[in-house]
Each structure stands twice: as structure tokens, then as C-alpha cells.
Write a protein that binds this ligand. Structure first.
Ligand SMILES: O=P(O)(O)O[C@@H]1C[C@H](O)[C@@H](CO)O1
Ligand SMILES: Nc1nc2[nH]cnc2c(=O)[nH]1
Length: 272
């Protein structure tokens, strides 16, 4: 990680305070950065590679409303075959670069009854299903340089940033599509069966996806302030009568349709 951070610092003058991870189809979050320096993951020493459609695979540095940001256009998922250590590798690199705030975004399916496709959910908390059974990026020897052996996760989605996002959404006139709720990470890559969807619903999950939780665990471990957003790209099918089914192209399409609205919140938040 140190070698990667040193290499990046030798290649760009930007020293980011905020890092943004773009979810599936949400790579446009990087487009508004000014004075960009971009690096393909393939050219960054030690960096894993993106293999999923809708994840461009580059790191973009730039300025956003006077704050320096680094944006991952493409994240790493466990289902791609990466170890959890690899999927979360960039987080510790960001910490070494001096980042203080991490903004995570993802595409997710909704289980909550009141949610609509196209809604944006502020993540209040998560259920890390792989983590609960021991698939956790913090397994193995603890690196005390980054954080404690047994980190608390009770406040991992910063309350101040969540309240601020609500305020900003009202000012931007997008409060009607804003929700707040619990995100659950499952391993993927298949979408849920109806029985699994019903189980998640009964457990109090509002939206389900295949990423984010390991990144947030590693970020919280090393003391980063975290804000998370899920774009609701589909309703998870919970009824045997329902003939619709979800697919990745549909997920990416909702990202394109909602790009402007999704861009606004991280843009305004990174200012603080
Ligand atoms: O990277 P995210 O979590 O946004 O990607 C979601 C989960 C799967 O990777 C993909 C399914 O369409 O979207
Ligand atoms: N697991 C899961 N991930 C998603 N990502 C986008 N939509 C979905 C979904 O319905 N289920």
C-alpha cells in the first residue's frame, strides 16, 4: 500500500481529502472534477483490476468546489474472485494519501415497501452477510498502524454527514426521491431468489447489493468518516406471481437515467 501511495504522490500534485467510490453505472460521479489527473488501474503498481461492465477501471484525481478528491471509477467485488484484502486495498492507499472522508455509492435492489426504482437511499447502517460468517477484510494479523484489532462499527455511517445530506437534498429539491435505510451486502454474483428476498425483507433490510460493506469496515477501522448512498435500480422480486426479473443492463440503465441527481449529493457533501 505504501509503495502504491508513494507512486501516486509522485505522479500527481493532488493531495485528496475526500475519496469517492463509484458504484455500478455511476462512474459519471468523476466527470465534474476539475484539473483531472487520471490513472488506469492497470498502470498503478499493486492495484487490482476491474472486470465488471459499468466499472471503467481508473482512478481520477481532481478538484470539487475547492476540495481535492480522488474518485474510483470502478470498484472491486468479492464475486470477481478478488480476496477481500484486494477489494479494500484502495481504502488504505487513500488513508496513506491523507484522505479523511470516504463517500461510497452503489447500485442496489430495494426490499423496503415504500421505495421506488430511481430513489436514492442514504445508508444508515449495513448488514455485512459475508462478514458475519468470517469473510471479513480485517481477518488475519491486525496492522496496528491503521487501527485496533476490535474496531467498533456502531457509528460507521457518520450521523453528521447523513443529516447534512438530508438538508442539502431539500435545498436541491430532490428530497422526494431520498430515502434512508439499511443496506445488506450479499456475496453475489447471482441476484436473489424469491425466498432469499423474503428473508432479507423480514430481517429489516431496505436495499441489497454485492459490495460496500467491506470497504466501510476497512475505512472505519482506519478512522475515515464515511457517507454512503445506494441508487435503487430495481425492486427485488418478492412474489411468485411477479414475472419481472432483474438484470445488470437494467441496473446500468437506471444509473444513466439518474446520473444528474446522484451526482448532486456527493458533489455538495465533499465541500464539507
Ligand atoms: O458495485 P455495485 O455494488 O454498485 O454493483 C452492483 C452489485 C453488482 O456488482 C451489480 C449488479 O448489477 O451492481
Ligand atoms: N444483490 C443484489 N444486488 C443488486 N445490485 C443492483 N440490484 C441488485 C439486486 O437486486 N440484488
Amino acid at each position: 500500500k505504501t509503495a502504491t501511495a508513494d507512486w501516486l504522490m509522485s505522479q500527481t500534485k493532488h493531495r485528496p481529502q475526500v475519496a469517492i467510490i463509484c458504484g455500478s453505472g455511476l462512474g459519471m460521479l468523476a466527470d465534474t472534477l476539475k484539473c483531472q489527473d487520471s490513472f488506469a488501474y492497470a498502470d498503478i503498481p499493486g492495484f487490482p483490476q476491474s472486470t465488471v461492465q459499468g466499472h471503467a477501471g481508473q482512478l481520477v484525481f481532481g478538484e470539487l468546489k475547492g476540495k481535492t478528491c480522488v474518485c474510483m471509477q470502478g470498484r472491486f467485488h468479492m464475486y470477481e474472485g478478488h480476496s477481500l484484502c484486494k477489494t479494500t486495498f484502495p481504502i488504505r492507499v487513500f488513508k496513506l494519501l491523507g484522505v479523511e472522508t470516504l463517500i461510497v455509492t452503489n447500485a442496489a435492489g430495494s426490499l423496503a415497501d415504500g421505495f421506488q426504482t430511481g430513489d436514492i437511499m442514504i445508508i444508515k447502517d449495513h448488514i455485512n452477510f459475508p462478514g458475519l460468517v468470517g469473510l471479513n477484510p480485517l481477518c488475519g494479523p491486525n496492522d496496528d498502524k491503521f487501527g485496533p484489532r476490535f474496531p467498533a462499527m456502531s457509528g460507521c455511517y457518520d450521523k453528521g454527514l447523513r443529516c447534512l445530506a438530508m438538508e442539502i437534498a431539500k435545498e436541491l429539491g430532490v428530497a422526494s426521491v431520498l430515502q434512508e435505510g439499511v443496506y445488506a451486502m450479499v456475496g453475489g454474483p447471482n441476484f436473489e431468489t424469491i425466498a432469499e428476498a423474503r428473508l432479507l425483507h423480514r430481517l429489516g433490510v431496505d436495499a441489497v447489493g454485492m459490495s460496500t460493506a467491506p470497504e466501510v469496515v476497512v475505512a472505519t477501522h482506519c478512522g475515515l468518516r464515511v457517507f454512503g448512498l445506494s441508487l435503487i435500480t430495481n425492486k427485488v422480486v418478492k412474489s411468485y406471481e411477479d414475472t419481472e426479473s432483474v438484470n445488470h443492463e437494467g441496473v446500468l440503465e437506471i444509473g444513466r437515467l439518474r446520473s444528474h441527481t446522484v451526482q448532486q449529493l456527493p458533489n455538495s457533501l465533499s465541500y464539507f
